[in-house]
Design a protein around this ligand. Sequence first.
Ligand code: C5P
Length: 300
Amino acid sequence: MQVIVRVPAKINIVLRVGPLRSDGFHGLASLFHAVSLFDEVQARPATGGVTLELTGGYTAGVPLDHSNLAVRAAHMLAEAAGVSADVRLKVRKDIPVAAGLAGGSADAAGTLLACNQLWSLSWPRSALAELAASLGSDVPFALLGGTAVGTGRGEQLQPLDVPGELHWVLAVADGQLSTPTVFRRLDALRQVGAVPEAPVVDPAAVAAVAAGDAAALAPLLANDMQEAAMDLYPALTETLDVGRRAGALGGIVSGSGPTCVFLARDAERARAIAETLSQLDGCTAAVPVAGPAAPTQLPA
Ligand code: C5P
């Protein structure tokens, strides 16, 4: 018996960040969108605890112990469900690490889904979502996938029906950024008084996404963390320039970066933009993707 689940990477089509709260998080409003670049979590029965093996293109520096979000997710679910935490996890990491794509959150969400099945818990997704929120702000969205407006620290989600497909290019940078570091830089760079008390996602962006209207959406892409990410990672300026000149309708830093994400008119244009970006120094990969995508269980 084994369970295999694949979980998509996320981008933030819109990310508005409010002030630092007393709990150490920032209130935010985000238009989350899951795209077709996946990590795959395989869960097999085991005795003697939780073990983790990593495969795939992005494993360097990723811990295998309790500091890995997937390991924490397995322990947390076992404890909450009153079963013993025994599972052999194998995660294929194709989502770049510390890249603003919520790869670690995808692994945690995949682990919750796979262990829920492996341990025959039959927890509804709403119950898993509560655990997900305590694992990390992006884990509830990773569990859900698709497109959603997120508020709170990102964990309160309003799913959005998107019937069509949007085409994007992910420009993967030759380095990493730590999310808390980018939030701290943002706080340092921001002028007092310029911080929105109650950030909101522009309803026009929501409408453009719901209509699958890439041309209308392009000028509405927005990321309040972009300036801080670029301050920490100046090479992103050139990446954004090159992607836009290659024919992207728009481009922004994804989440806390350093991945840049470009919106393309169609799949063919996305492939061409990716081809140009892949020749850029400092861009280790340029991946055409489509959204929305969702977590799915694969045949074992
Ligand atoms: O929720 P998560 O564990 O992914 O967050 C990592 C860190 O990022 C937090 O400890 C906090 O410093 C920062 N963060 C934030 N506001 C958010 C989400 C994350 O300041 N809404």
